[in-house]
Design a protein around this ligand. Structure first.
Ligand SMILES: Cc1ncc(COP(=O)(O)O)c(C=O)c1O
Length: 435
């Protein structure tokens, strides 16, 4: 499509002024197909990152490519004030898929913007205070408003621009801050969170915003009963509950939403990533009895981008036609079983978490001290690339000792077996290096 030389690519590399997460990977992508990415030398990689956990139906799904190519002959960008058929059909479909009474829909083009939309809705509906509660190690984006809801790091220059935030400890069973164990603890962490909010905040927060399973903060899966208990706490304290389902939604955990899986409906939900079928699309779902946005509250130039909406409608069709929730549960079960077997063999695999294809392996120096090993995830990234598997890692929040396996939900058993073989191979390498 474009003519270029290696020197052109190198000049571009030099011109790029950052804007990535972590260290750049100098791998020029040629094309993708299902769960596999190919570099320009046609080397294949099983993509266990789904490109920031976004491609649940895989790379360049043929049906998305066909529908988008056909549609774009009509028009591409249409301003938010106008109606388009994709927008109306997608809004209807999302209201049908949404849990409980979350029947209202709005759109944005990034997760940070969409989370700001959820927060704006909560502020409109609960004007009692200006404090937002969030979970420790939660991640909600990098806009100026969201960065402090996510990154309390003392050296973070950008947190200077922030509304009041109250952080509460999350239910992180593997490293319970109260040294208790589930279920004997009877979810003491929720009781303590409530006490912190009642007695430790200068004003009652208008809402609690949280991921139903923490993604970037170390892939923290909550125990059974935790989310219903959090829901009850919010009701008792007169706070709205916002679920950031940007990662957990649209099948990643084996149900359409984590809210379905954990039988807990928030008042407001942020959605995105996989929804766009490979195109940018994020948004909000909220209780139809809540006050909605007023004109101008929440609108971005490209927010109703029809091409993304065509891809999103196609994404939902593909999820249903290819029975991908079922495949996610099946492959997720396979991975978790195999990884737990490896956990018994290697002293540095501290914890294996799921469910579905939201899989994390927490690496430790040893299982007794549980001291985080932050070097191991880098070994998996590097050695995985050599062996044709792209692993994910959780490096920049909390402990930074987690390897992630979150492939597209279309992954086959053969590909999953190959990932496990590579994973084991790298475990042997790590074990050898520790002798
Ligand atoms: C749970 C969650 N919330 C918010 C975001 C921010 O989304 P974006 O990078 O599109 O602003 C992310 C992105 O990784 C996320 O995982």
């Amino acid at each position: 499509m474009f003519k270029y030389t290696e020197a052109d690519l190198e000049a571009g590399r030099q011109a790029l002024g950052g804007g990535g997460v972590g260290n750049p990977i100098h791998m020029v992508i040629d094309h993708g197909e299902g769960a596999v990415l190919y570099d320009k030398n046609q080397k294949a990689y099983i993509d266990c990152t789904s490109q920031a956990w976004s491609l649940n139906i895989g790379h360049s799904h043929p049906k998305v490519v066909a529908n988008v190519s056909e549609f774009i002959k009509n028009y591409s960008h249409i301003r938010t004030s106008f109606e388009t058929v994709p927008k109306l059909l997608l809004s209807k479909k999302l209201a049908e898929l949404a849990p409980g009474n979350l029947k209202k829909v709005a759109y944005a083009l990034s997760g940070s913007d969409a989370n700001e939309g959820s927060v704006k809705l909560a502020m409109r509906n609960n004007p009692s205070s200006n404090t937002l509660a969030v979970m420790m190690d939660g991640y909600h984006g990098r806009s100026l408003a969201m960065i402090n809801a996510s990154w309390p790091h003392p050296n973070n220059r950008f947190t200077a621009w922030s509304a009041p935030i109250q952080r509460i400890p999350q239910g992180y069973c593997y490293r319970c801050p109260y040294r208790l164990s589930y279920p004997g603890c009877k979810l003491a962490c929720v009781d303590y969170a409530k006490e912190l909010i009642v007695r430790g905040a200068s004003e009652r927060p208008y809402a609690l915003m949280m991921e139903p399973m923490q993604g970037n903060g170390g892939m923290v899966e909550y125990p059974e009963g935790y989310l219903p208990a959090i829901r009850k706490m919010c009701d008792e304290l007169g706070m709205l509950l916002i679920f950031d389902e940007i990662q957990t939604g649209f099948g990643r955990m084996g149900e359409w939403f984590a809210a379905d899986l954990y039988k807990t409906t928030p008042d407001i939900m942020t959605i995105g990533k996989a929804l766009g079928g490979g195109f940018p699309l994020f948004g909000n779902l909220w209780r139809s009895d809540l006050n909605t946005f007023s004109p101008g509250d929440h609108s971005y130039t490209f927010a109703h981008f029809p091409v993304s909406m065509v891809a999103a409608l196609t994404f939902i069709e593909v999820m249903e036609e290819e029975n991908l929730l079922e495949n996610c549960r099946k492959m997720g079960g396979f991975f978790t079983r195999e990884l737990k077997k490896l956990q018994d063999q290697y002293d540095f695999i501290g914890d294996v978490r799921g469910p579905g294809l939201m899989i994390a392996i927490e690496m430790v120096k040893d299982k007794v001290s549980k001291e985080p090993d932050t070097d191991i995830p880098d070994v998996f990234i590097k050695e995985g690339l050599d062996r044709g598997v792209i692993f994910g890692e959780s490096k920049y929040l909390h402990l930074g000792n987690v390897v992630k396996i979150k492939p597209p939900l279309v992954i086959t058993e053969q590909q999953a077996t190959q990932v496990i073989e590579v994973f084991k191979d790298i475990c042997d390498l790590v074990k050898e290096s520790r002798k």
